[in-house]
Write a protein that binds this ligand. Structure first.
Ligand code: PEP
Ligand code: MN
Length: 289
């Protein structure tokens, strides 16, 4: 009997670890196509917008600032995965028209979280990148359904997931037929209470060495504090991230979700300019609106 591991049926790669998302030898890193743009090696993508879709005016103000900052993708969730059942859970179906309007107006792709396979039908016409949140990183049935949707999947790192577990979760998406996967580092839980999470920027070069997939950073959820978002976003570029995703709110005090970490319009515009400058200095082509 051979001691060789069995082979993956379609790729022919050994079925050990995460063969489909692994970076084999010096193989180049892949880019994920979203509309007419690419997220991946050599580029830097800014994704920005509100944490949650609340009202047409709130979404419009955040998106206007995101576009002015040079964002080429917008974010804003219809479904929120909250730790408390009493916190705002998102507008769900009621928010679809708000997203549709901003997507039409900006012409930019929309990134939003799905919590359940049933949400895929609700967001089908308005969401371009399906985000699987930290709390669902190992919800494998959800990952399989997202993979089959034909849309790119953004996979956030779990609250306490190792990089290996994160890549294995990505392998579920790949094994279900889609390599259009964008990994997102969003901080992990450690003993340190000074920040909402501990943003693991070393995960960026570690993942890029082990996997060909693009990896972006979310400094908003990674830190939980407005004043920490810009320094960590710039550090993410320096660490080699393929992009950042940032929360924006024009009136954070009234936000129904994550106000303390949202950048104000003028702050995201100022940060967008610095990200471009640093990205250029590092030899990256900024994906610009
Ligand atoms: C979010 O991006 O709004 C979010 C809920 O993030 P996470 O899943 O990383 O907590
Ligand atoms: Mn949030």
């Amino acid at each position: 009997m051979s001691s060789e591991p069995p082979l993956h049926p379609t790729s022919g790669l050994p079925l050990a670890g995460h063969p489909l998302v692994a970076r084999h030898g010096s193989a180049t890193r892949t880019s994920v196509r979203v509309g007419d743009q690419f997220v991946g090696a050599g580029t830097f993508t800014l994704i920005a917008g509100p944490c949650a879709v609340e009202t047409p005016e709130q979404v419009a103000a955040a998106c206007e600032a995101a576009v002015a900052a040079g964002a080429t993708m917008l974010r804003g969730d219809l479904y929120k995965h909250r730790s408390s059942p009493y916190s705002f859970q998102g507008l769900g179906r009621e928010g679809v028209e708000i997203v549709a309007e901003q997507r039409r107006r900006s012409g930019l792709p929309w990134v939003a979280e799905v919590l359940d396979p049933a949400h895929l039908e609700v967001v089908a016409d308005v969401v371009d990148v399906l985000r699987v949140g930290a709390r669902n990183m190992q919800n494998f049935e959800l990952l399989k359904e997202c993979a089959k949707s034909g849309k790119p999947v953004m996979l956030k790192r779990g609250l306490a997931a190792t990089i290996e577990e994160w890549l294995l979760a990505a392998e579920y998406v790949a094994d279900s037929g889609s390599l259009d996967i964008i990994l997102c580092e969003r901080g992990i839980r450690t003993f340190e209470p000074s920040t909402r999470n501990t943003l693991d920027l070393s995960a960026v070069p570690v993942v890029q060495a082990r996997s060909h997939l693009p990896v972006i950073v979310d400094p908003s959820h990674g830190t939980g504090s407005r004043n920490l978002v810009a320094p960590m976003a710039l550090a993410a570029v320096a660490a080699g991230a393929d992009g950042v995703m940032i929360d924006v709110h024009a009136d954070p005090a009234s936000a129904r979700c994550d106000g303390p970490q949202a950048l104000l319009p003028d702050e995201i515009v100022a940060l967008g300019a610095k990200l471009s400058e640093l990205g250029r200095w590092m030899g990256r082509t900024r994906v610009c609106a």
